[in-house]
Design a protein around this ligand. Structure first.
Ligand code: HEC
Length: 291
């Protein structure tokens, strides 16, 4: 019995120690936490800013789309309500500037043709292997859900507070941070070949060369052409790509809340009416039920 117990105790202790060890290893590797940004779409009533989505799309199209695919988005989506508010004609014109693979034709060959509004965004590489071969081993993740798929550990307090603040913008914060996070590596950091130091990327060494610099993408609406602004705009666009129905969802949620408040009032008065005779018998001296 005793030997049994001591074996079990030894196991529990070993498990606890290894858990603690891997936790501290994680803490060492963990990257800096992104600074939360101001997002037009945060909070229960926040909606996308179509101008910002258009600027973010311009950045994706001119810069990120050379490496990152956006497979789940179709050109038609650019004209959907709650999005960047392009017209159908504009979305079709944008589609026509992309080359998509179609076919096979009558000779059994696949061929390239200009995109149509019903097409999905074509991927820059034929497959993952081709991407790795072209980019020194790095694989750029597809961006369709990137903004919803990335979050970071903000410690115990954050996880307690989040349900109340409804903060859901960790993904865009992270994308903005990565764009702005290239610095010199700290002293003693051994940067592997063909990588760049980014203080917000887990592990620090990222295989993506700094994709943007001040003034690289031209804005026509007078918005500052800075790295900081680019990071926010492209992150907002990628958030929309990941969650295109956010505006609709929040508006519907608001309508449901209004309905529930009105409905609660109606139920209250109905209840008063139905129970009126019980609570206020017309004549308290008279027995209410016939003998
Ligand atoms: C030259 C090709 C290239 C371009 C251009 C490029 N990226 Fe990347 N990106 C990569 C590669 C490769 C990785 C994978 C890095 C790794 O795994 O170390 C990556 C990773 C990322 C990540 C981290 C993803 C993760 O898994 O957490 C983000 C965020 C990102 N890119 C955003 C962008 C944005 C935004 C743009 C456009 C402004 C852009 N990238 C343009 C090649 C590129």
């Amino acid at each position: 019995m005793t030997s049994h117990r001591s074996i079990v105790t030894a196991f529990v202790l070993a498990a606890a120690f290894s858990g603690a060890a891997s936790l501290s290893a994680y803490a060492q590797e963990a990257a800096a936490n992104p600074t939360p940004q101001q997002w037009s779409f945060s909070g229960p009533f926040g909606l996308y800013d179509p101008q910002q989505l258009q600027r973010g799309f311009k950045i994706y199209r001119e810069v990120c789309s050379t490496c990152h695919s956006l497979k789940l988005l179709s050109f038609r989506n650019l004209a959907d309500p709650g999005g960047p508010h392009f017209t159908e004609a504009q979305a079709a014109a944008i589609a026509a500037t992309f080359q998509v693979t179609d076919g096979p034709n009558d000779q059994g060959q696949m061929f390239q043709r200009p995109g149509k509004i019903s097409d999905y965004f074509p991927s820059p590489f034929a497959n993952d292997q081709a991407a790795r071969a072209a980019l020194g081993g790095g694989l750029p993740p597809d961006m369709s859900t990137l903004a919803k798929a990335r979050e970071y550990n903000e410690g115990f307090a954050g996880f307690l507070i989040d349900p109340f603040t409804m903060y859901q913008e960790q993904g865009p914060d992270y994308i903005h941070a990565i764009i702005n996070g290239y610095t010199n590596p700290p002293a003693g950091f051994a940067l592997p070949p063909a990588t760049y130091y980014n203080k917000y990327f887990p592990g620090g060494a990222i295989k993506m060369p700094p994709p943007l610099h001040d003034g690289q993408v031209k804005y026509t609406d007078g918005t500052p052409e800075t790295l900081d602004q680019y990071g926010r705009d492209v992150a907002a666009f990628l958030m929309w790509a990941s969650e295109p129905k956010l505006d609709e969802r929040k508006q519907l949620g608001f309508q449901v809340m209004i309905f529930l408040i009105v409905f609660t009032g109606l139920l209250y008065f109905t209840k008063k009416r139905v129970w009126h005779d019980v609570h206020h018998p017309a004549d308290p001296q008279q027995p209410r039920t016939a003998a």
